[in-house]
Design a protein around this ligand. Structure first.
Ligand code: HEM
Length: 373
């Protein structure tokens, strides 16, 4: 509160309050382009086009619009409604696997496999290739965490290899779809002659890659953070079991109270930007503490209280401004179905380790295991 914009020793600026975060996220001089930054996420070799999350206007806007023609509103509600049976079936079959087990790991056995299956289904990845997808996503996500027990060089190499293999694999899927219109996202993007022309193959591969990475671990964490929070608030768990409609405001409150994306460390100032009377000089790195903004006492009453009845819950869980998450409707529905069914099907679940072990990530926050009995 005392220092909403804090200069760090390395010359970067950390922003942590709601008002300042919202202001800078809407500032046209804030850049997301990796080519202005030295960040490990920038390492994907063999990819000439960065994904649009790492681009600025006008390139960002063009690619986002072209992807949104198939994925974003107004398509998302239809897309999510169409997916509803697949989401419920996947959740049901994963939960069937819990039968007869005395203990389960909610991460390994449920929250992790669920969103991968959904994204593979959306992109049109054949079922038998899902385990390979799983491994690539693992290696890419692990390559940017801080775990001191793993070798950073080996992790970085694995990350680069996984990025390249995933891109090659996706290029192969895309080749099969040229000239063959179909329902999956790759087929739609490959055959779309929209008002802005077609995406190049490279752009489609980057977009597919982005959807996979942006939509996977984030959703895993939302479900896992959600289950953990419910186990710590048994009165809310009980309410949800008797009133499934509570899940909608509950997921919003989770996105505020235990958001998967804590920090966005990859922004830069295009030109001088003034925030809260501080001038951030051109070229400086800017670190956005989204989770801190969502617990700002100037904006949220009793911010450290988990309150699914909270009104006017404009959290920063999906960011804000031109890069606002466009997978939000899908992620919300995945988490809503997952939590409703977990609570319905688990009889008196009990947390075995509290706090559970967490991934050491510069961006994401969520347990790597959540053992219950
Ligand atoms: C962007 C969070 C799920 C696709 C973002 C951003 C946040 C976020 C904070 C803004 C990043 C920035 O400003 O640099 C989340 C959370 C999710 C989730 C917490 C789950 C709980 C998904 C899903 C998809 C998705 C399921 C798609 C399958 C994207 C894309 C962007 C994005 C494409 C980039 C948008 C742009 O640059 O214009 N997400 N996300 N996300 N997200 Fe999500």
């Amino acid at each position: 509160r005392k220092t909403p914009v804090a200069l760090q020793e390395d010359g970067s600026y950390v922003i942590s309050t709601y008002r300042e975060l919202t202001a800078i996220l809407h500032n046209p001089h804030l850049s997301s382009d990796f080519r202005n930054l030295s960040h490990p996420l920038a390492m994907s070799e063999g990819r000439t086009t960065p994904a649009f999350i790492n681009l600025d206007p006008p390139e960002h806007d063009r690619l986002r619009r072209m992807a949104m023609r198939h994925f974003g509103p107004p398509h998302t509600p239809g897309l999510v409604t169409g997916l509803e049976p697949a989401l419920t079936d996947t959740v049901g079959s994963l939960l069937d696997g819990f039968a007869d087990k005395e203990q389960v790991d909610i991460v390994d056995e449920f929250a992790y496999p669920f969103p991968v299956r959904v994204i593979c289904h959306l992109l049109g990845v054949p079922r038998e290739d899902e385990p390979r997808f799983h491994r690539w996503v693992d290696d890419i996500v692990n390559s940017i965490d801080y775990n001191p027990e793993t070798d950073p060089k080996e992790k970085a190499e694995n990350g680069v290899r996984a990025n390249n293999e995933l891109n090659q694999y996706m290029s192969g899927l895309l080749e099969q779809r040229h000239g063959r219109p179909g329902e999956d996202l790759l087929a739609r993007l490959a055959n779309d002659d929209g008002p802005e022309g077609r995406m190049t193959d490279d752009e489609i591969v980057s977009t597919a890659h982005l959807l996979l990475i942006a939509g996977h671990e984030t959703t895993v964490n939302l479900i896992t953070n959600g289950m953990l929070t419910l186990l710590r608030h048994p009165e809310v768990l009980h309410r949800l079991r008797n009133d499934p409609g509570l899940v909608v405001p509950l997921v919003e409150e989770l996105l505020r109270y235990e958001p998967p994306v804590h920090i966005i460390p990859w922004r830069a100032a295009y030109s001088d930007i003034t925030v809260a009377d501080t001038v951030i000089p051109k070229g400086a790195r800017i670190v956005l503490m989204l989770a801190s903004g969502s617990r700002d006492p100037q904006r949220f009453h009793e911010p450290d209280r988990f309150d699914p009845d909270r009104q006017d819950n404009q959290h920063l869980g999906f960011g804000s401004g031109i890069h606002l998450c466009f997978g939000g409707p899908l992620a919300r529905r995945e988490a809503q179905i997952a939590l409703t069914e977990l609570v319905r099907r688990l009889n008196r679940p009990r947390l075995l380790t509290d706090p559970p072990p967490y991934r050491r990530s510069p961006v994401l926050r969520g347990p790597i295991h959540l053992h219950i009995e």
